[in-house]
Design a protein around this ligand. Structure first.
Ligand code: NI
Length: 168
C-alpha cells in the first residue's frame, strides 16, 4: 500500500465531476487501499478519489464505533434518502486549516458497490452520514465551503492554519 499526495484547493480536479466506475477491478481495489492509507496517515476520516487526483466515483469513509475504526469503500455512491437537518463542524483534507459548521440532512440511505462489485445499501446517521455526504459531494466537484454563506466563507478562509475540526 502506498500513501499518495492529496490535492489541495484550488486544484481544478476538485471541481470536476468524477466518472462512474463501469467495473470494479484491481485498479479500483489498489486505489481504495492507497486512499485508506493516505486518509489515515493524514488523520482524516474520509477521502474521495478526486482528492488524490483520480476522477472516479470512489470514496473511503471511517465508520467509527467506539474505539474501532472500520474503513468502508463506496463505489458509485448514490444517496437515495435524506431526512432531517443538523449542523456539524466540518473540515477537509483539501482545505487544510479551514473548518465551519455545515447544515446537512441527519439521516441518509446510500447505495453503492463494494470492492467485490456487490451492491451495498447503508442507512447512516451521525458522523458516518456526515462523512458520506461530504465525500459524495467531492465526486460532483462540491466542497463544504460551497454550502455556507458568502460572508462566513470569506471569514473562515482568513482562518487558514487554525485547525479545529476533523478533516474529511
Ligand atoms: Ni473533503
Amino acid at each position: 500500500m502506498a500513501k499518495v499526495e492529496i490535492k489541495i484547493y484550488p486544484d481544478s480536479i476538485l471541481r470536476k465531476k468524477a466518472r462512474q466506475v463501469a467495473r470494479v477491478g484491481n485498479d479500483e481495489r489498489k486505489l481504495a487501499y492507497d486512499m485508506i492509507k493516505t486518509m489515515r496517515s493524514a488523520n482524516g476520516v474520509g477521502l474521495a478519489a478526486p482528492q488524490v487526483g483520480i476522477s472516479k466515483r470512489i470514496i473511503v469513509v471511517e465508520d467509527m464505533q467506539g474505539d474501532n475504526r472500520i474503513a468502508l469503500t463506496l463505489i458509485n455512491p448514490k444517496i437515495t434518502r435524506k431526512k432531517g437537518n443538523v449542523n456539524f463542524c466540518e473540515g477537509c483534507l483539501s482545505l487544510p486549516g479551514i473548518s465551519s459548521d455545515v447544515a446537512r440532512p441527519e439521516f441518509i440511505t446510500v447505495e453503492a458497490l463494494n470492492l467485490d462489485g456487490d451492491i451495498l445499501k447503508i442507512n447512516a446517521d451521525g458522523l458516518l452520514a456526515r462523512i458520506i455526504q461530504h465525500e459524495t459531494d467531492h465526486l460532483d466537484g462540491i466542497l463544504f465551503i460551497d454550502k455556507i454563506g458568502f460572508l462566513k466563507r470569506r471569514k473562515i478562509i482568513k482562518q487558514f492554519g487554525a485547525k479545529v475540526c476533523m478533516e474529511f
